[in-house]
Design a protein around this ligand. Structure first.
Ligand code: ADP
Ligand code: MG
Length: 223
């Protein structure tokens, strides 16, 4: 269970203090999907970043509580937070191109994540990476694992990000506008993939969008 209780986040901007989140409360169980929908600038990404404790330097949680499976996230030392990030909560961002390292082969990046968050090492981690590339629909994963990100389309990069995030077997997944940067035809495919994997893995999912028509489409697909 992921619970957010009366969360408040403030950002210290040039124009003054921005109260980006002003008392948000919700709870997401494993296996459940929670859609956070709202106009641009309403604080959706700050919510995601607060959960991961990755707020910008000028931002901070001013009050409230975040609890993951009984752990008080805001009280954890940074060293424990590194295991939570990626391990308990995975995150997929809007822009897959900027989340992947352009000078590292995609396989190396996935293997690095797997080795950081699971017991697998070396060839076993590589085999798991290939397996995940196949599961997210990358054709010829044995060959494409050694490709650099620039060789992949936007949709394929987002698939790689999903593979990298889910290969670490998180309990919860935050997807912050995961399809906004993609072509409309690809958006539906990525969404279907997320839904399928969420069911298979039994993750709790926080799905974020600014796009109300899309959130309706998501709802109908999610049934
Ligand atoms: N680094 C920052 N410094 C100051 N204000 C910021 C910063 N990043 C975002 N904001 C402001 O915080 C509010 C919430 O932003 P955000 O969570 O990114 O919105 P969204 O719902 O579009 O994801 C917005 O008003 C935005 O202008
Ligand atoms: Mg945002």
């Amino acid at each position: 269970m992921l619970t957010i209780d009366e969360l408040k986040v403030a950002l210290d901007a040039d124009a003054g203090l921005v109260r980006a989140i002003d008392g948000l409360s919700t709870a997401i169980r494993r296996g459940e999907t929670f859609a956070l929908v709202g106009e641009s600038g309403c604080g959706k990404s700050m919510t995601a970043l607060a959960l991961m404790r990755l707020l910008p330097d000028n931002g901070s949680v001013t009050s409230g509580r975040i609890d993951i499976e009984g752990h008080d996230v805001l009280a954890l030392p940074e060293s424990s937070m590194r295991a939570v990030r990626g391990g308990r909560i995975g995150m997929i961002f809007q822009e897959p191109a900027t989340s992947l390292n352009p000078v590292m082969r995609v396989g190396e990046q996935i293997v690095e994540a797997i080795e950081a968050h699971t017991e697998l090492r070396g060839e076993a981690a590589r085999a798991r990476a290939i397996e995940w590339l196949g599961r997210v629909g990358i054709p010829e994963p044995q060959r494409r694992i050694d490709e650099y990100p620039f060789r992949l389309s936007g949709g394929q990069k987002q698939r790689v990000m999903i593979a990298m995030t889910l290969a670490c077997e998180p309990d919860f997944l935050i997807a912050d506008e995961p399809t906004t940067a993609l072509d409309v035809t690809i958006q539906a495919q990525i969404l279907d993939l997320l839904r399928q994997l969420q069911r298979e893995q039994g993750m709790g999912m926080l799905l974020i969008t600014h796009d109300l028509p899309w959130s309706r489409a998501w709802r109908s697909r999610w049934r």
